[in-house]
Design a protein around this ligand. Structure first.
Ligand code: AMP
Length: 355
């Protein structure tokens, strides 16, 4: 076990709000963070000791970044595999490159989870309209077509109500290599966040009950309104995946609830929006436990401090900051993004109700 003592420098790939909140948690424990990202003046740069701006393919910029850091982690999962490889030759990388590769491709991801014996919706890989039609004949409709790579917040997806929707759906996703999934008539959506240390010990948050609006996470709540049996299988699913990936850090697993069983939807090899409630709502936040895990420190307790609700501030929602702050019991987080574009995550609020 390699312990990286406080005072060391953590390199974070990606400059968004997740990097910002990792850097804030790291600072509390005495670490410094350096950010590597293409965008200038991103939310993470505002709170970090240093930022190196560059494309993820820019080897000179990556070398300049990695020479000053003691470990590299990421807040963004679409870091190219070649970038992860180059960096890992110069500094430890956590989570490992394998987790990144599995999570970047929806077919690799779902096949990996299915091969662990876990429940996944029926799916097929498709790369032409003819393959899509053949897949529809096997899986049926309703179904959902998603690009294999680079999808997020419901982007790169099209729903098919009947087989006649095939051509339109294929055009909607830009005729890219894709996955066709059976539409799951779920009772709800939950996530489990697992923090796994270098020694394989795990702690978890959740299941968290997630409600989406327009394909974007809207509200996360704990405790989730599902049975203990459901909660146990959600946690067991997440822990099995974390162990199989020999994962170090925080891993987010999103699941569909169908009765008392769960079906895997997707994973994110990083801290996750559905864990923001842990900043004020749990003994130790997901961000701090990510830092503890990658630095080889003992993991902190994850118990919720009450009933907790997190709401995202999307686009112009964040303009109402004065009204939000007028509620003295609400924790308000603003990410410092200058432009409130529609669909953009600008901040979040958390309410903790202690019973
Ligand atoms: P994803 O980006 O894969 O998480 O999809 C975004 C949202 O679309 C999910 O949170 C679900 O609400 C919905 N969705 C995705 N895949 C399915 C599916 N196979 N069945 C039903 N709903 C789905």
């Amino acid at each position: 076990m390699t312990v990286l003592p406080p005072g060391s420098t953590i390199g974070i790939l990606g400059g968004g709000q997740l990097g910002r909140m990792i850097a804030q948690a790291a600072a509390r424990l005495g670490y410094r963070c350096h950010i590597f990202c293409p965008e200038i003046d991103g939310p993470a740069s505002h709170v970090a000791a240093k930022t190196v701006n560059g494309a993820f393919e820019d080897e000179d910029a990556l070398r300049a970044f990695v020479k000053d850091v003691d470990i590299v982690t990421y807040e963004f999962e679409n870091v190219p595999a070649a970038t992860a490889r180059l960096l890992s030759e110069h500094a430890p990388l956590a989570p490992n490159a394998r987790a990144l590769e599995v999570a970047q491709d929806r077919i690799t991801e779902k096949s990996f989870v299915r091969d662990l014996g876990l429940g996944v919706p029926a799916f097929r890989a498709v790369s032409t309209l003819e393959e899509l039609e053949a897949a529809i004949a096997e899986i049926g409709t309703p179904a959902i077509l998603k690009t294999r790579r680079f999808g997020y917040d419901g982007k790169g997806q099209a729903r098919l109500a009947t087989p006649a929707d095939a051509a339109a759906a294929w055009d909607t996703i830009g005729r890219k290599p894709a996955i066709l999934e059976a539409m799951v008539a779920f009772d709800g959506e939950v996530s489990v966040l697992v923090a796994r240390g270098q020694d394989g010990r795990m702690v978890h948050y959740g299941p968290v009950h997630n409600v989406h609006k327009n394909g974007i996470l809207d509200i996360s709540r704990v405790p989730a309104p599902f049975s203990e049996q459901l909660a146990a299988s959600a946690v067991a699913t997440a822990e099995k995946i974390a162990t199989a990936l020999d994962y170090v850090g925080v891993l987010a697993i999103e699941l569909f609830v169908v009765g008392d069983t769960v079906l895997f939807n997707e994973m994110a090899p990083r801290v996750h929006n559905s864990g923001h409630w842990t900043i004020e709502g749990a003994v130790t936040s997901q961000f701090e436990n990510h830092v503890r895990a990658i630095c080889g420190l003992p993991l902190g307790a994850t118990d919720p401090l009450g009933r907790v609700e997190m709401r995202n501030l999307i686009g112009e929602d964040a303009n109402h900051w004065q009204t939000l702050l007028a509620d003295p019991t609400l924790h308000v987080h603003l990410y410092g993004k200058r432009e409130a574009r529609p669909g953009r995550k600008m901040g979040h609020t958390t309410r903790v109700v202690r019973d």
